[in-house]
Design a binder for this molecule. Structure first.
Ligand SMILES: [Zn+2]
Length: 418
């Protein structure tokens, strides 16, 4: 079966799904202690649950913690290991995901795209746009993020399932589909019922540009610096006051400027302050620390301690505490124990007519945590660009080819067992 002849059908289905899903507000909230962190994620989960049932998938479940679980049985007579496909439903809290108003730019001519709200998308800044001359580009209207991360992945998995249901002649093994909440705040698998899985391996559809395959990610820790000042009325503060707000500023300026997200790429790690709050008396700085080498993460936590001690030495009335917490680990070690996973992904990407690109993820995915938990789960591209902000975009052909890559993967997965 030549998938290329079905691209028009897939395009129509996956594009409409994508445009439907991005309009549903699913921003997660790192300050919430609930699971899911926001009730609104159920709005998309219920839509997906209903659409899966409408497709005739026999086993569909929506858990109390907002996981959508679905199982498509193998084609009768096909013997293959089950395999899991995953994508996340939430969008990053970095920018509003409410009232997303996706803009379609048809027959793209390579010029600057006017988003609206005073923002534009310039191919000189984002040259990948020029890969899609003559195609349709989907952007934001400048006021929100788009949510291609990861509603593209959700739409592509749904599109692949729809195709399999419509084409029983396309044989496949048992396929388990999981849509997760709260990936963007690092809790995407916290309440996932692992005992539900029949699969021993999974794939997340949560990568960026076409062809990319990710089997390596950061090792990630969060850190919190709590600064207790010494409070005296400002009118009589000379030589006595220690202002926690000012110390927070000093702490931040002591961080190595060359080890920030904006100063690094490739395999270099960083410190990234993500939130500062406080007043005259007490201030808190939340940071994330990232590196492919976990020893480098530990070294950076040591540097935070050193900065704290040297500020305390300079301001003996201040108390500065540093705490840290592991978030996820680089999944490379465990995935590389199963080289066929990457070989199959590469073959699936090639079968779609793309060149596979192995990229280390400068971030993490649900797959990193799943891999730690014993379900090795590398990441495949979903096709979007500029995640987490108003400049996010995706081209329609990327949605189509990601869906085709899933189908090729499903097919190769059956063949590997024979
Ligand atoms: Zn994502």
């Amino acid at each position: 079966m030549d998938l290329n002849t079905y691209f028009d059908v897939i395009r129509e289905d996956v594009t409409t799904r994508f445009l439907r899903y991005v309009r549903i507000h699913t921003t997660s909230d790192r300050h919430s202690t609930h699971a899911p962190s926001t009730e609104r994620q159920f709005d998309l989960a219920r839509v997906l649950q209903q659409e899966l049932l409408d497709l005739g998938i026999p086993e569909v479940e929506l858990t109390e913690h907002c996981y959508v679980l679905a199982r498509l049985p193998a084609t009768p007579g096909v013997e293959a290991e089950p395999v899991a496909l995953l994508a996340h439903m939430d969008t990053a809290p970095d920018l509003s995901g409410e009232s997303v108003n996706p803009q379609l730019h048809q027959n793209y001519d390579g010029s600057v795209i006017d988003l609206g709200h005073g923002y534009s998308l310039d191919p000189r800044d984002y040259p990948a746009l020029r890969d899609y001359l003559g195609e349709t580009i989907i952007t934001t209207d400048g006021s929100t993020l788009l949510g291609a991360d990861d509603k593209a992945g959700v739409a592509e998995i749904m599109g692949a399932l729809r195709f399999l249901v419509d084409h029983p002649e396309f044989s496949h093994g048992e396929i388990e589909v999981v849509f997760t909440p709260d990936e963007e705040i690092g809790r995407g698998v916290d309440k996932l019922p692992m005992e539900w899985f029949h699969s021993k391996f999974g794939f997340t559809l949560d990568g960026s540009r076409e062809g990319s395959i990710e089997a390596e990610c950061f090792s990630a820790w969060s850190a919190r610096v709590t600064i207790e000042g010494y409070v005296i009325h400002p009118g009589s503060a000379k030589n006595r006051l220690v202002n926690a707000v000012s110390l927070a500023g000093k702490f931040l300026s002591a961080l190595p400027g060359a080890e920030t997200p904006e100063a690094t790429d490739g395999r270099d790690g960083f410190y990234c302050p993500v939130e500062v709050r406080g007043d005259y008396g007490q201030a808190v700085i939340d940071l994330i620390i990232r590196d492919f080498d976990r020893n480098e993460v530990q070294r950076r936590i040591g540097v935070l301690e050193q900065i704290a001690r040297s500020l305390e030495a300079a301001y003996p009335r201040a108390r500065i505490e540093v705490t840290s917490q592991q978030q996820y680990l680089n999944m490379f070690d465990r995935i590389s124990e199963h080289p066929f996973l990457i070989e199959l992904l590469q073959a699936a990407v090639r079968a779609t007519g793309l060149e596979p690109v192995m990229e280390p993820i400068r971030g993490g995915t649900d797959g990193a945590r799943l891999t730690e938990m014993g379900l090795p789960t590398p990441n495949l591209f979903a096709g979007g660009h500029n995640f987490h902000g108003r400049f996010e975009w995706i081209a329609v052909p990327a949605l189509v080819r990601a869906t085709a890559t899933i189908l090729n993967l499903v097919k190769l997965w059956v063949e590997k067992g024979q």
